[in-house]
Design a protein around this ligand. Structure first.
Ligand code: XUL
Length: 530
């Protein structure tokens, strides 16, 4: 009776669910918020508080504690972990964990180990881990681009221009600012490979789909690129684990986990949260466009072609089912929506229903830029707060409903404007993430893109994709990508949303004004879609 466990290490919490292939059922998602594991002065919104607004780090020991707590909570929830046949997972992309050479010696979990964090703590050469929200490496990005012969050359090599949040520039900053700690570092992991290593008790390989978000891997050969390594930091090759291909079985689960009832089952190398969502939502073959509404909003698809963004904001990642996965990441996702809900003390009903009932589509022409924090796509630094046109509606902050609508419409319009490089017109879109429950948000996306929006019966595509990858890797003949997708990633027809023709016309006009406002503030001139 095969059951598969999928784990997702998000920005603010860790989720897990169990997929039962016989019953074709999913367990409820069990979660652990990092802020429940540490006091507020140590972890807030999944990060270690820092005075510099550009520096965003987390604590790798919190991820280790979250893994222990999560497995404990699964058993408390009545899930029998002894029947699990294999485990995989995914994690927020780009974050890095720095460890001593001891970590590669593979004997750091013993019979006496009482927690994973206790086992790992003595081996950390850097107490905190820079994560995807960090934008403090502007200088290192320019240095790397210059050493490689420019941003375009870099993009051709590894699929992305130098990005502040990517592992390469972050490693370079660590080398420049803490050179002796860098010298003491024997292994540098991504969050995904760090978690795989915790499960097997040995330093594991890095999944190629996640390695594509480092500015270090050659996107064609799927190996570390010597020039990129050299441009980043000395001696880097010896510190990076090898890269492995898709569906890689790392090894057996360490006996430490028998305390949760788990057997020594196969552990499939974790990947990034976005590649995992691509699988979890059934987007493994080209033709379906995915919008994942998480802390950040991400737009991606499976592609046979190595598409790159001519403006340089987007990325070429890899599809766990083979070939490519172009992606555009909008940093101001749920973090921006939730900051408005908090500012106006709105309930979910006030956000999702009242805001859209009380205001007309197009918001009477009132627009804003959705930047509560620095933006990645398009790059907008030091914008500080929601940028608007000096409109009194926004200044007075009296009209919460109008601001909610303006935020949601702006997020959809900027996504439309900055994904034209994906080529084809978006004929159908699948939405996942907690905000995919919002009818208001999904209708605006459907109208702005003039496309049908499909949704699954749940919104945890990343954790579900992890469990599906575990099934595919261990029983590939039974669970081909097609078979496992058909079983678990078929949209629910009653949840489908179709575009409203009148609204589509309204947004065709409004997007012109939005593009102009965005250009005024960011200086970015983008192609207006047809
Ligand atoms: C993608 C990105 C984020 C993180 C966190 O490039 O930076 O989506 O993966 O979810």
């Amino acid at each position: 009776m095969p059951k598969f466990l999928g784990i997702d290490c998000c920005t603010r919490k860790m989720n897990a669910l169990v997929l039962d292939t016989d019953r074709r059922s999913l367990s409820p998602t069990v979660s652990v918020y990092y802020s429940d594991l540490r006091p507020q002065n140590e972890i807030k919104n999944g990060m270690v508080p820092n005075e510099d607004p550009l520096v965003k780090h987390s604590d790798p020991l919190v991820w280790a504690d979250a893994l222990d707590t999560l497995l404990g909570r699964l058993t408390e929830a009545g899930i029998d972990l002894s029947s699990i046949a294999a485990i995989s997972g995914c994690a927020q992309q780009h974050g890095t964990v720095y460890l001593s050479p001891e970590f590669a010696k593979n004997n750091w979990i013993s019979d006496k180990t009482s927690s994973l964090s206790e086992a790992v703590a003595p081996m950390l050469t850097r107490k905190s881990s820079p994560i995807w929200m960090d934008s403090s490496t502007f200088q290192q990005c320019r240095e790397i681009e210059e050493a490689i012969g420019g941003a375009k050359t870099l993009q051709q090599k590894c699929g992305s221009c130098a990005m502040e949040r990517f592992a390469g520039p972050q490693i370079r900053k660590f080398y420049q600012t803490e050179s002796s700690a860098y010298a003491q570092t024997g292994v540098i992991h991504l969050v995904s490979s760090f978690l795989t290593s915790l499960l097997t008790g040995k330093s594991e390989k890095i999944d190629c789909c996640d390695a594509a978000g480092m500015n270090l891997m050659d996107i064609q050969t799927l190996d570390w690129d010597n020039e990129l390594l050299k441009a980043t930091a000395p001696g880097l090759r010896t510190k990076l684990p090898p890269i492995c291909g898709n569906s890689h079985i790392a090894g057996k689960l360490h006996p430490y986990f028998s305390k949760y009832g788990l057997r020594e089952i196969p552990v499939i190398t974790f990947t990034g949260d976005n590649p995992s969502s691509l699988i979890g939502i059934g987007g493994w073959k080209p033709g379906t466009y995915i919008v994942a509404l998480g802390t950040s909003d991400n737009f991606f698809t499976a592609s046979d072609k190595p598409l790159t963004d001519p403006h340089g904001y987007g990325h070429l990642f890899l599809n766990p089912a083979g070939k490519y996965m172009p992606l555009a990441c909008f940093k101001n996702g749920s973090c921006a929506r939730e900051s408005i809900m908090q500012e106006f003390n709105l309930t979910w009903h006030e956000f999702d229903v009242d805001a859209f009932d009380l205001t007309p589509p197009g918001n009477n022409g009132n627009i804003l830029l959705p930047y509560v924090t620095d933006e990645i796509t398009p790059q907008a630094m030091n914008v500080g707060g929601i940028v608007h046109e000096g409109n009194s509606l926004f200044k007075s902050h009296k009209n919460a409903a109008s601001i909610v609508r303006a935020m949601v419409e702006a997020q959809a319009m900027t996504m439309r404007l900055h994904t034209t490089w994906f080529g084809n017109r978006v004929k159908s879109m699948r939405i996942t993430g907690s905000m995919s429950d919002s009818l208001g948000v999904c209708q605006v996306l459907s109208d702005v893109f003039n496309t049908m929006v499909e949704r699954l019966g749940h919104h945890n595509a990343a954790a579900q994709g992890a469990a599906m990858r575990a099934a595919q890797a261990t029983l590939p003949d039974t669970f081909s990508w097609q078979a496992i997708s058909k079983l678990f990633a078929t949209p629910v027809s009653s949840k489908t949303i179709t575009p409203n023709k009148q609204n589509v016309e309204i947004y065709k006009e409004l997007i012109l004004n939005y593009a102009q406002l965005e250009k005024n503030i960011t200086g970015v001139d983008c192609t207006i879609p047809d």
